[in-house]
Design a protein around this ligand. Structure first.
Ligand SMILES: Nc1nc2c(ncn2[C@@H]2O[C@H](COP(=O)(O)OP(=O)(O)OP(=O)(O)O)[C@@H](O)[C@H]2O)c(=O)[nH]1
Ligand SMILES: [Mg+2]
Ligand SMILES: [Zn+2]
Length: 316
């Protein structure tokens, strides 16, 4: 069952038998943020879903666990708020990962640094973020003292979709409630220290605010393994790739080669060692993901042709 936002309010929808029959891949089923074609039974507050309209953008990850399958976290997102808390959980490497996924999704990323009221070294963290997310808007906010919240209005356009992503407890639902002007989502109780690892939001939820802005809240995800990212990584690490193109050898491994622009930038402090290592690591992760997907695809093809032969020799 799917919760649908329609002109008569929220209704429950079920996919049609035909849809179920023609659908081949998990990712063809409706995902949060999708626009769907329905037959509406207004008086029963129910509907039948016939079709998912083509997605303008989709934020995907590899489904958690060992399986090689795509999971669409949110579809048709215009702006994605990547929320990171400025407390002890602050992690620049996580921001890098989210950024690649955001660039890959087709949505515009905006970095939200939350809980500024708990931060003692704001300048330092802000600079680190700026160096990591060149050209991406960054907003420092606090739900406690209210700073930075007004500025977020510029992303709230009626009919446009904003999705919030980030680890559990960073304040995504708190922010949604603030922007909605009412309590749409439950938030974690203040006794934060004794419930680490527990998620307050447990499913992805979409809301249409009174202003007509569409918002998607997501639960903090423990695993954010990349599904795809070869384009996103080039956007997120434009500085590193630009440097690499200046190495003397086109196949420079950036280890001991002479004339290596990467090594030189690290020595001169224009690039941090950590950022470069992170680039290598994420690139590897994307390559492995792509290789695994190719294996799965081949297995599917094989199965299909076997079934075809079966039909053929059965004289069908
Ligand atoms: N000090 C401080 N606390 C905040 C701020 N924003 C949110 N919190 C608190 O942080 C806790 C977690 O907030 P939530 O909004 O539930 O976090 P979430 O990101 O939705 O978490 P999940 O639903 O588990 O993914 C709550 O106790 C909030 O009151 C802030 O700006 N400053
Ligand atoms: Mg939440
Ligand atoms: Zn090099």
């Amino acid at each position: 069952m799917y919760k649908l936002c329609t002109e008569v309010g929220e209704v429950l929808g079920e996919i049609s038998g035909k849809f179920r029959f023609v659908v081949l891949e998990q990712e063809q089923y409706p995902a949060v943020g999708d626009w769907v074609v329905i037959t509406l039974r207004a008086e029963e507050k129910s509907a039948t879903i016939h079709k998912v309209l083509p997605r303008q953008s989709k934020f995907s990850r590899k489904v958690a666990g060992i399986e090689t399958r795509e999971q669409i976290v949110a579809a048709n997102v215009d702006t994605v708020f990547l929320v990171n808390a400025l407390n002890k959980d602050f992690n620049i490497r996580r921001i890098e990962r989210y950024l690649i996924m955001a660039w890959e999704s087709g949505a515009n990323p905006v970095i939200i640094l939350s809980k500024a009221d708990l931060c003692m070294d704001l300048e330092e963290k802000l600079m680190e973020t700026e160096m990591t997310a060149v050209g991406v808007p960054i907003h420092v906010i606090s739900a406690v003292d209210g700073r930075g919240l007004e500025e977020l209005n510029q992303y709230l356009t009626p009919g446009k979709t904003v999705a919030l992503l980030g680890s559990s407890g960073v304040g995504k639902s708190t922010l949604i409630n603030y922007l909605a002007g009412k309590e749409l989502q439950k938030t974690k109780e203040v006794r934060e220290y004794d419930d680490r690892g527990r998620h307050t939001s447990t499913s992805r939820e979409m809301f249409i605010l009174d202003s007509g802005v569409i918002m998607i809240d997501t639960p903090g995800m423990r695993e954010m393994q990349m599904w795809n990212g070869s384009e996103g990584i080039s956007e997120a690490f434009e500085d590193v790739e630009e440097l690499a193109s200046q190495c003397r050898f086109t196949d420079c491994k950036h280890k001991k080669e002479p004339g290596c622009a990467i090594k030189q930038a690290i020595q001169e402090g224009r690039l941090t060692e950590e950022r470069f290592e992170s680039y290598i690591k994420l690139q590897k992760e994307i390559r492995i993901a792509e290789r695994k997907q190719a294996v799965v695809e081949r297995a599917k093809e094989k199965k299909k042709s076997k079934e075809y032969l079966k039909y053929k020799y059965a004289g069908v």
